[in-house]
Design a protein around this ligand. Structure first.
Ligand code: MLT
Ligand code: ZN
Length: 463
């Protein structure tokens, strides 16, 4: 018997058959994420219902030499939750309860399988706000958000998932249960292990419970969508708005990105065409705030940086404008996009973008490239679309060549090869462009401490 078969036999003694599935549909569905670049091949999918069961699974993996791939909502874009080599997928679908709310602490304690949108709705029901937000909110789970330090569209104001986590229960790769920080605001007792697990992509431990701090809701948010004359004016438009209003998002997208969204039947925001668009969300809770945003708009027009614009007049219109940005991912999904998710310092965005566009035009004219991102955070999504006449394997190989080129340039900027999607399998080969060898050696040593037998998420982050 192989080690994975022994692991399965022992798991079958511990879990009821209905929660240890090996049917083809479940293996396919839970063996992959949204990247669709790898062939899923897990040996089983386990659905634990308690911390005890998770701990038992990890201990059995250690005893038998089995391997585990943790799985949340499977909306990842770097193949961090893909099982390609007979691993057992551990799904948190059944651990999806909100366990408690503390009104004084303004914190909510949840199981890892709670869907992001469910938490957002719960926060609203208690008069507060869970600000980590992105288009996959309806499927992504909190455990996965934490494991990847999810970012999204409101980072500019509220930070990444890391900022929200005040307590974590984790089953380490050794099978130990750690109860870290327990909701404390202040805790100066040495290394804060929370932050090692946040963004570790399931390589150090499995998150089995989290306490998250909620915030005050934004005050009457409104959206202003602007058409810009070019990339070079992005930062001055940003500065003008940021000086005058309380921004909660500052996103950008190219005309091609908008064209894909409009092709699905949405209405254009205005008639004037523009090469670039920005979407700014801000608190519009007073006449002064709205007037200040209009002033920024008019100054932009005067400076010939802003070509046209629209300000939402209702909640329905605010949401409709957001769709022009949030639907980009879905609108290009049928073309097998090869995604890059990079970060540079905010001030360097225009220079980097210009250099990248020149690179693609000169070296890779065969590709349609869709540019969009969380520009207020210095985070750009660069999605290369598969040409109709290029075979899938050739396309992926070509994109890997593009990546070397792209990331070599990015390294000159001191940028990151993954701003918010994680490394998974897809970006693993490029880690060295962002982290020097001596730093990677420390990362490896940390992994060894928490998972000495290498049972958790093998092959992810680094080998
Ligand atoms: C987004 O910002 O919409 C997401 O990160 C998804 C994507 O990059 O496609
Ligand atoms: Zn994004």
């Amino acid at each position: 018997m192989t080690t994975e078969q022994t692991f399965l036999v022992r798991l079958a003694e511990r879990l009821p058959a209905a929660r240890l599935r090996t049917d083809a549909d479940t293996l396919l569905e839970h063996g992959r994420d949204w990247t669709r670049l790898h062939t899923p091949a897990p040996s089983a999918v386990a659905f634990p219902e308690s911390i005890d069961e998770v701990q038992a699974i990890v201990r059995l993996a250690n005893e038998t030499g089995g391997h585990i791939v943790p799985s949340g909502g499977r909306t990842g874009l770097s193949a961090g939750a893909v099982a390609t080599a007979g691993e057992v997928v551990v799904s948190f679908d059944r651990m999806n309860h909100i366990l408690g709310f503390d009104a004084v602490d303004r914190s909510v304690t949840v199981e890892p399988g709670v869907v992001t949108q469910t938490l957002q709705e719960y926060a609203r029901s208690v008069g507060l706000f869970y600000p980590v937000d992105f288009a996959a909110r309806g499927s992504a789970q909190i455990g996965g958000n934490i494991a990847t330090n999810a970012g999204g569209i409101k980072v500019i104001r509220y930070g990444m998932t890391r900022e929200r986590v005040s307590g974590l229960k984790v089953v380490t790769g050794r099978g130990d249960l750690l109860d870290i920080n327990r909701g404390l605001v202040k805790n100066a007792t040495g290394y804060d292990l929370r932050h090692l697990f946040i963004g570790s992509e399931g390589t150090l431990g499995l998150i089995v419970e989290a306490t998250l701090t909620l915030v005050e809701p934004p005050r009457e948010p409104a959206v202003m969508l602007l058409g810009l004359s070019g990339i070079d004016v992005l930062m001055s438009v940003f500065a003008r708005l940021r000086e005058r209003v309380q921004l909660s998002a500052f996103e950008c997208f190219s005309d091609r990105a908008l064209a894909h969204v409009l092709a699905r039947g949405l209405s254009a925001p205005f008639d004037t065409p523009a090469p670039w668009y920005v979407l700014a969300e801000f608190d519009a809770d007073s006449e002064e705030a709205v007037a200040a945003a209009m002033e920024a708009f008019e100054a932009g027009v005067e400076a010939e940086e802003v070509l046209d614009g629209v300000l939402s007049q209702s909640e329905t219109q605010r949401l409709a404008l957001w769709r022009l940005r949030e639907d980009i991912t879905e609108s290009i999904a049928h073309r097998l996009p090869y995604k890059n998710d990079i970060a540079v310092r905010v001030a360097q965005v225009p220079e980097f973008l210009t250099e990248m566009q020149a690179l693609f035009a000169a070296e890779y004219p065969q590709f349609e490239v869709i540019w969009f991102g969380h520009i207020g955070d210095g985070n750009l999504h660069i999605s290369v679309l598969q040409p109709a006449d290029m075979a899938r394997e050739v396309f992926i190989a070509e994109c890997e060549r593009v990546s070397e080129h792209l990331f070599a340039t990015l390294a000159r900027y001191g940028g990151s090869v993954s701003a918010e999607h994680g490394l998974g399998l897809v970006k693993k080969p490029y880690l060295h462009y962002s982290r020097p060898a001596e730093e990677i050696a420390y990362l490896r040593a940390i992994r060894q401490v928490f998972d000495p037998s290498g049972v958790l998420n093998p092959g992810k982050l680094f080998d």
